[in-house]
Design a protein around this ligand. Sequence first.
Ligand SMILES: Cc1cc2nc3c(=O)[nH]c(=O)nc-3n(C[C@H](O)[C@H](O)[C@H](O)COP(=O)(O)O)c2cc1C
Length: 304
Amino acid sequence: MPDLKVNIAGVEFKNPVIIASGFFGYGKEYERFYPLSQLGGVTLNGTTPVPKDGSPTPRIAETPAGVLSNTGMPNPGLEILLHEALPQLNGSGTVVIANVAAGTADDFARIAGLVSESCADMIEINLAAANIENSGLSFGVDAKSVESVVKKVRIACTKSLIVKLPPHLTQIPDLAKAAEAEGADAVSLIGTVFGMRIDIQTRHPLLKSNTGGLSGRAIFPLALRMVWQAANAVKIPVIGIGGISRWQDAAEMLLAGAKAVEVGSALFSDPFAPIQIIDGISNYLSDNNLRSISDLSGRVECWK
Ligand SMILES: Cc1cc2nc3c(=O)[nH]c(=O)nc-3n(C[C@H](O)[C@H](O)[C@H](O)COP(=O)(O)O)c2cc1C
């Protein structure tokens, strides 16, 4: 049997398949499908300092090859994460990653500091979040902004820190380097890509917020390119996210340089997708006489 284990920033995952934030609630919801211990890791829904109801509905719509959404990150807030959700997952046998977001760098640091005292194994900070001190632009808008938030979070955060980058058309290597320079233990990418759909009968956009984030299969090639660029830019581990729905997609992400992958929208149509991806990767390694994930990760043979 090939060895599927991966080590990211000192945390051992039994396989490289992690649930992405926004799809698994706080983990318990999926336990009726399979034990969480089968998964490499689970990233919990994004949590903000105070509870949020989320955006007005409709806030999620189907597209031919993906999902368009603007959920506004509904969540019960930090207190519930710390005192109910995380303790319930203690001993679940999988790596538990708390995903957090805030409107200021100081709040990001405060929340990361508090989660550091919990039983979460790792913290992922979502830099797609809007910075209220910078006209609501995303924290991931440029390298300087990434540096300033990661610097503050790093001081407060004593857990392994994953910095999640939003898709940036041109600056991905710079954003990844900025996160690394300020002490991130790993970067994960990508978040959703801005998109829009219109109902031609009513002439209304499908989402109440008019625009939203596109995820799912449609974004896979874009995500793969960015993961490859980030992996070539930094020494810290890169976690590949975006449109992964089959084991072949995960294999491509690993070849491009990801050390692990996060699976999100695929869960909407098939809750078992992550399990099939784990099995598929294991068979692919065996069929190709590869002993471990490190024999695959970053082994793309690019044309000269
Ligand atoms: C409904 C929904 C909710 C999401 N919530 C979060 C979140 O709370 N925190 C976060 O970092 N990313 C969130 N994301 C982004 C996903 O984690 C992921 O980066 C993105 O969907 C791309 O992966 P996918 O194509 O596999 O879905 C959300 C995405 C969707 C569609």
